[in-house]
Design a protein around this ligand. Structure first.
Ligand code: FAD
Ligand code: UDP
Length: 365
């Protein structure tokens, strides 16, 4: 007799949804997590009464009624709308690319004037855009590409924009209205009591061992259950037998400042190559905080090396091809379900991650 129905590797959002659904269906799970806390990358810490997003800014947004209803069962969301700004050589521009950006960049005021300039600039791209550079120019023209996209993207991904897939930039809306909302989704907000509440409630009543790495006692752990959900790195699961997948890593530098309001906005991006970080987060603005002090985090992108946190999969051609080969191996592992950003090697936002987890649960339970 196995002791558990499921061994769950990783205590991030994907696992939390899976564990919650398993619990509802009377399944017994053991969760193991190598970090010393649960929540994966949405984990928050409290500093000076401010909820600090320890692994980078996390804004919840979705167009799925099912996902929105699901998360609202466990926590209340505030009415935060992400409206970041991008700084380039001392000038600030609104994001995403919209009439406020075009007005400042081109000195225009109507959509017709902005369109004419962008249409003219994008003439240099013929046919379907083949990479991120071509995609960006065909969306917003060369000037915005060079000032607000090229430097940011090349810092973020450590690769030339000509070597990056077009889809990365298609995530950003381009609008001919004066609307600074970074997302197009119907629902948006930040949990009023932070993301930890959501995670804790989803995992409520489930046995969890933190500080436990799957690879340190893989066989013993697998022997405990009938099935396993694995949300770690898929290439590591297969001992890198087909080669290593690339990831992008990040370094976060967090400081508490003796002032009330440092930058006046939750997220400020820096698109100059010479500035080594991509953005500064001022956490209190996510929750309209009025504390005397403020906490800011600078986000420095880094190439991933063994032992670093793998924050982003790099979904370029080489890596997608290699992932497909790992996926073939994964399909042969009948006892193991692969999930999450790392197990599926996908650039998932939280809502997509929840959707994917619920889809697997629909099949499993
Ligand atoms: P993770 O959160 O990575 O959880 C996986 C867990 O598995 C980790 O805790 C890890 O320690 C553990 N683990 C791995 N290997 C092992 C092992 N061998 N043994 C034991 N445990 C292991 N989404 C949004 O919707 N909005 C945003 O604004 C947003 N901003 C983001 C900003 C950044 C900087 C990053 C990196 C992501 C952002 N996301 C955002 C995406 C969001 O973080 C993910 O969708 C979500 O956290 C994915 O959850 P997960 O469970 O798949 O992965
Ligand atoms: N991007 C950019 N300039 C910016 C913000 C974003 O060029 O000021 C590009 C960049 O390539 C980035 C992509 O748009 O990787 C997607 O941005 P998003 O904010 O969605 O990225 P995330 O931080 O969520 O990975």
């Amino acid at each position: 007799m196995k002791k558990y129905d499921y061994l769950i590797v990783g205590a991030g959002l994907f696992s939390a949804v899976f564990a919650n659904e398993a619990k509802k269906h009377g399944k017994k799970c053991l969760v193991i997590e190598k970090r010393n806390h649960i929540g994966g990358n949405i984990y928050c810490e409290n500093i000076e009464g401010i909820t600090v997003h320890k692994y980078g800014a996390h804004i919840f947004h979705t167009s799925s009624q099912r996902v929105w209803d699901y998360v609202n069962e466990y926590c209340e969301f505030n009415n935060f709308i992400n409206s970041p700004v991008c700084k380039f050589k001392g000038e600030v521009y609104n994001l995403p690319f919209n009439m406020n950006t075009f007005a400042k960049m081109f000195g225009v005021s109507t959509p017709g004037e902005a369109k004419r300039i962008i249409e003219e600039q994008k003439k240099e791209i013929c046919g379907e855009p083949k990479n991120l550079e071509e995609q960006a120019i065909s969306l917003v023209g060369r000037e915005i590409y060079e000032k607000l996209i090229k430097g940011y993207t090349e810092k973020q991904w450590g690769r030339d924009c000509q070597d990056l897939p077009a889809f990365i930039i298609k995530r950003l809306p381009v609008r001919y209205t004066y609307d600074n909302n970074y997302f197009n989704d119907r629902f948006q907000g930040i949990p009023v009591n932070g993301y930890n509440e959501l995670i804790e409630k989803l995992f409520d009543g489930v046995e969890i061992r933190t500080g436990t790495d799957f690879f340190e006692s893989r066989e013993d752990l697998l022997a405990l259950s009938d099935k396993c959900l694995f949300t770690g790195m898929i290439d590591e699961y297969f001992d890198y037998s087909l080669g290593k997948l690339d990831y992008r890593s990040l370094r976060f530098e967090t400081e508490t400042l003796d002032e009330e309001n440092f930058q006046g906005v939750a997220v400020m991006n820096f698109s100059e190559r010479e500035i080594p970080y991509t953005r500064i987060i001022e956490h209190k603005h996510f929750e309209f905080g009025k504390q005397e002090k403020t906490v800011i985090t600078k986000e420095y992108p880094a190439e991933w090396q063994m032992g670093d946190e793998p924050y982003y999969p790099v979904n370029d051609e080489r890596n997608n091809k290699l992932y497909k080969q790992y996926e073939n191996l994964a399909q042969k592992e009948k006892k193991v379900i692969f999930g999450g950003r790392l197990g599926l090697y996908k650039y998932y936002d939280m809502d997509k991650c929840i959707e994917a987890a619920l889809r697997i649960c629909d099949k499993e339970f």
